[in-house]
Design a protein around this ligand. Structure first.
Ligand code: HEM
Length: 123
């Protein structure tokens, strides 16, 4: 049986990797990179894909260890919404370079909300 702590370490590792990928993407695009000129496009796509998968998998693993079965609680639903945002953000910078800086600044906002939900579980 995988312990809660292991799931949380994996979960946070996934978060670190996803945020590194998205921060790198947003700033390289803000600096002028395009889909065809970026030399790190594949690295970003792979790390973002693996990381979002790990966040979700380890998040539900941790949830199972917390015995939070049945209907998903409010704080988990908010975290799921943050996760959807995190997964979708990767599609924006190359398509709308003018939004690259907004993508960058949305990262601490999304991450902050998800952390507050996990720590305080307000609802
Ligand atoms: C933007 C995405 C996310 C971020 C930044 C994030 C961040 C975090 C952090 C930093 C923790 C550690 C909190 C602590 O140990 O006190 C945590 C715990 C946790 N997260 Fe996430 N998370 C995200 C998405 C999700 C999703 C989608 C789920 C749901 C499946 C989830 C479920 C959990 C659970 C169950 C815990 C353990 C809470 C506890 O031990 O009391 N997270 N998350």
């Amino acid at each position: 049986m995988i312990p809660l702590e292991t799931y949380k370490v994996l979960h946070i590792l996934g978060v670190l990797l996803a945020f590194s990928a998205l921060g790198g993407l947003a700033l390289t695009v803000a600096n002028g990179a395009t889909k065809s000129t970026s030399s790190v496009r594949r690295l970003i796509a792979i790390t973002h894909g693996v990381a979002t998968f790990v966040i979700l998998l380890a998040g539900f693993g941790a949830l199972a260890r917390l015995q939070a079965h049945g209907v998903l609680q409010g704080w988990v639903l908010v975290k799921l919404a943050c996760w959807v945002g995190l997964a979708a953000l990767v599609a924006i910078p190359y398509r709308r370079p003018a939004l690259a800086r907004a993508v960058f600044w949305s990262l601490p906002v999304l991450g902050g909300i998800a952390i507050v939900m996990a720590v305080y579980k307000p609802f």
